[in-house]
Design a protein around this ligand. Sequence first.
Ligand code: ZN
Length: 261
Amino acid sequence: MNEITDRFLIEIGSGGGTVGHIIDIDATGSETNSHLSLGPSAPGEKMCERGYRHHRFQRVPFRTFVEYHEIEKAGIEGNAPEEICSYCWSNTLNALEKEQERADEDVSERIGTVGYRLRWKQKGRARDEWYDIMVRPETTMAELDKLVCRFTTLNDLHLRMYGLEEEYLDSSLNILPDHQYEQAGDRSYARASEMTIADVSDRASLWEGDRLSMAYDFGTPSHYYCIVKDVYESEAVNERLNESNIIASTDTAAITKEKRP
Ligand SMILES: [Zn+2]
């Protein structure tokens, strides 16, 4: 929300009346050409067609304006407050909505083709210890599991299962390490070596800020989770996997950084 409120200014004094108009300072339109302008043109683009603009009009950041008028708005959302032009308000809402739709489309096109930096932590001691694992789209969950086992001291004697955010015993991914899959003999589970990061990503729309979890020894309340810290194009993952300070690696993934007590 902060970025949005930095982007918009409220212009006071334009168009007569007492309402402030919204100015998009990121806009690159040449709207000012269609108006008779006096002196230097005013910055940004006004979000409605009413009135005129003047470089001498006062412009204040959206946040300053709403604080001054004690308007209960964290951003441009809901109905227009009476101090701000309602035409500007609804045009801005529409513009933001369209931008969001485009951004969402970009994300959904890239999902399944990108790699991630996953920061793994143990629930309850996230501050003291973490491990960054870089994965490629084709990295299998078995590879990821191998790296996770390195720092968790878990081994094949420990039952463990991978799932989505905050999932503990009710994992919707149902991914088991291969040998446990054999033991479970339940076709609703997936074999870790047959599930790739791209598969998980497709099912979970995995993106920056999302989480995966790994529960182990199902009786204990302890589990690990990771946060998607960065999304990388395939090439960029390769570059990082080729860096010299790799802590441990598999064919397509590696622990690239760690913090240990
Ligand atoms: Zn307006």
